[in-house]
Design a protein around this ligand. Structure first.
Ligand code: NAI
Length: 247
């Protein structure tokens, strides 16, 4: 692979200030992209942008769930850095509960961030990508969206929804040179999984054929491949990055 395969490109990563999103920002910056780090946590986004290798990165405060704020953020990114060539919809939250106790708020918040947030950003960048006849969109789904998970009806539904969004966008935009794919990570060592007890982690590891949780960089490397020129003939795919959990 060309070591600077995204040289001259602009990449926008949501939820980029920490965890998988930050690892993705780092990988795309190493590939030569100028990165717009977008996060609910604006200070975190600015600090993350400053910590990336290379020049020209910037942080933006934005709630992905709000369509108007998303439009304004994309406009700001395009005026500061240039047209968005790569979009990574990574921002995501959990509000776990068993079904009978799950509140409307818990369900709606997860759908609004994980699914509607990805729709908001995809819609906001796709017109420009279509006009320029090129672009790559990547949604961070989850293996839970493929298998379901007790206690995560809201989260699993949002991630399964992302799979449908990915394939529909891929079909709509393919003839305009715009690709759309997803990764479905297994369990990754981030703040999201830090709540797991050691006993839970051990049990999980037993269920993972490769015997270990993923590091954020494992997901970021797959994202870098899918948004780059080496994946030019790949669209509408969901790549599980999960140590063999789901086959
Ligand atoms: P994290 O909790 O460490 O980071 C998520 C980031 O998204 C944070 O910086 C947060 O401020 C930001 N964010 C949350 N809501 C937002 C909103 N409304 N608008 C803008 N930014 C917002 O999470 P992690 O683990 O890095 O997860 C990243 C993505 O990967 C999520 O979509 C998650 O569902 C997915 N994923 C994570 C797995 C894991 O085991 N950690 C497994 C499978 C998927």
């Amino acid at each position: 692979m060309n070591v600077r395969e995204l040289e001259g490109k602009v990449a926008l990563v949501t939820g980029g200030s920490r965890g998988i999103g930050f690892a993705v920002c780092h990988a795309l910056a190493e590939a030569g992209a100028r990165v717009a780090v977008v996060d609910l946590d604006g200070d975190g986004a600015a600090q993350a942008a400053a910590a990336l290798p290379g020049e020209g990165h910037r942080g933006y405060a934005c709630d992905v769930a709000g369509a108007e704020g998303v439009q304004a953020t994309v406009a700001a990114v395009e005026s500061d850095l240039g047209p968005v060539d790569v979009l990574v919809n990574n921002a995501g939250i959990t509000r776990d509960n068993i079904l009978v106790r799950m509140t409307d708020k818990e369900f709606d918040e997860v759908i609004a961030t994980n699914l509607k947030g990805s729709f908001n950003f995809t819609r906001a960048v796709s017109r420009g990508m279509m006009k320029r006849r090129g672009g790559a969109i990547l949604n961070v789904a989850s293996v839970v969206g493929l298998t379901g998970n007790a206690g995560q009806a809201n989260y699993a539904a949002s991630k399964a929804g992302l799979v449908g969004l990915t394939k529909s966008v891929a079909k709509e935009l393919a003839s305009r040179g715009v690709r759309c794919n997803a990764v479905a990570p297994g369990f990754v060592r981030t703040a999201m999984t830090a709540k797991l007890t050691e006993a839970q982690v051990e049990a999980l590891q037993g269920a993972i054929p490769m015997g270990a949780l993923a590091e954020p960089e494992d997901i970021a490397d797959a994202v870098r491949f899918l948004v780059g020129p080496a994946a030019r003939y790949i669209t509408g795919q969901v790549l599980a990055v999960d140590g063999g959990m789901v086959m």
